[in-house]
Write a protein that binds this ligand. Structure first.
Ligand SMILES: Cc1cc2nc3c(=O)[nH]c(=O)nc-3n(C[C@H](O)[C@H](O)[C@H](O)COP(=O)(O)OP(=O)(O)OC[C@H]3O[C@@H](n4cnc5c(N)ncnc54)[C@H](O)[C@@H]3O)c2cc1C
Length: 369
């Protein structure tokens, strides 16, 4: 890789107030640098951890551009409307920019506002609604092909690439008959549409527990099904007594150690893991909150190996560089199938690691794991 191009970094938080104006840093298609030179570090995915890479790049003087298939923080936008983060706000902060919330923890709306302000403050060029469909090396640069909503393609050039595409590419399907019925969703937004409806919530994670409690309180008749005998270890300890009491009182039905066998228009069939016996329940809606998978396409096309069992892309955890020179990973993508291992709290630190590695020359010889 050749010498780095430095760009002026934004002033420190005390020098420059955060602007209320819309960002004046909307990039135009084509080469990102005004003179047509490639950017030093392109970031694919503008979630919190991609933003952290871009902010660290700007802070430390590297030219950067971010690409997202949707709007900024598209994943958070899709979270339940009234969710609150479990992390306290300072643990969600990027590059020390204060995150002030009205309560002890942030709401989804507050987080979206905060990350927009971070992008504005660090003057991040963000190509929103530009899905990256291909990244390939062309001598000493990477050619990034994006496609917008109208199907138009554009090419961008970068000296290095950080892939921060998260873990929410496609849902873990149940793989049962009826999963394609319109009553089945792998997303939960809010409880109101399910008032006085029979809802089956599939899963034993935090998302399944929180949705079940919210649905129950909004007047839905809720039944849960989980293949395990207890909830996942990631469930917030302070909501466990609530769900356990609702199940104990029979207010929320629970089929432990069962799986969904079939989904019918007005019923679901559950199967016991132990005996194989089936039970039919009346049902209007199925919320299959069974987790999501990362998109392997971009890393695969670049030749980054991904562990078959863990789903973790090969990388050096000290630099986040993959065995492919100039290709880094950031955020929850680095956690493979275990999204509970990396989240914003620790994934935001990848930004600094990557930019420091780029500035230090990041020799591949450090050894990828
Ligand atoms: C209900 C809920 C509550 C949570 N609460 C907390 C919490 O309190 N604290 C915490 O630390 N974490 C929390 N998390 C986890 C946290 O939200 C994720 O770990 C975090 O979003 C990961 O950030 P990321 O930038 O790595 O990935 P993402 O936020 O998933 O961002 C990835 C981005 O990449 C984009 N993308 C994907 N493919 C492409 C492509 N081909 N081209 C262009 N763009 C692409 C996506 O559109 C997306 O915007 C919570 C998660 C959930 C579901």
């Amino acid at each position: 890789m050749d010498t780095l191009r430095r760009t002026p970094s934004p002033a420190s938080p005390s020098d420059e107030p955060i602007s209320d104006e819309p960002s004046s840093h909307e990039p135009s298609p084509g080469n990102v640098e005004p003179d047509g030179a490639p950017v030093e570090l392109a970031v694919i995915g503008a979630g919190p951890c991609g933003i952290a890479v871009g902010a660290a790049a700007r802070r430390m003087g590297l030219s950067t551009a971010l690409f997202d298939q949707g709007p900024l923080c598209d994943s958070i936008l899709r979270y339940p409307t009234y969710m609150t983060f479990f992390s306290t706000p300072e643990k969600l902060e990027i590059e020390g920019l204060p995150f002030v919330t009205s309560e002890k923890t942030a709401t989804r709306k507050e987080a979206l506002t905060y990350y927009r302000k971070v992008a504005d403050y660090f003057q991040l060029p963000v190509y929103q609604y530009h899905r990256v469909v291909e990244v390939k090396r062309d001598s000493d640069v990477f050619l990034i092909t994006t496609r917008d909503g109208a199907g138009r393609e554009a090419r961008h050039r970068a000296r290095r690439v950080a892939v921060a595409t998260g873990g929410f590419h496609e849902p873990n399907l149940l793989g049962v008959p009826g999963e394609d019925l319109p009553k089945v969703s792998h997303h939960y937004r809010e409880a109101h549409p399910y008032w006085r409806q029979d809802v089956l919530v599939v899963g034993g994670s935090n998302s399944a527990v929180e949705a079940s409690l919210e649905l129950f309180r909004a007047g839905a008749r809720v039944h849960m099904v989980h293949f395990g005998n207890e909830f996942d270890r990631g469930v917030k300890p302070w909501i466990l007594p609530d769900i356990q009491n609702r199940i104990r009182n029979g207010e929320i039905g629970m089929a432990w150690a069962h799986r969904v066998h079939e989904i019918r228009p007005d019923a679901v069939v559950l199967r016991s893991e132990a005996s194989g016996e089936t039970t039919e329940l009346r049902n209007d809606w199925v919320l299959a909150l069974t987790g999501w998978k990362a998109n392997p396409t971009i890393l695969g096309s670049l030749g980054v190996p991904v562990d078959d069992v863990t789903g973790i892309p090969a990388h050096n955890p000290h630099t986040m560089e993959t065995p492919v020179d100039g290709v880094f990973i950031a955020g929850v993508l680095a956690a493979g199938h275990d999204a509970n291992r990396i989240f914003i709290e620790n994934g935001r630190e990848h930004g600094r690691l990557i930019v420091e590695a780029v500035l230090a020359g990041s020799p591949e010889s450090r050894g990828a794991s």
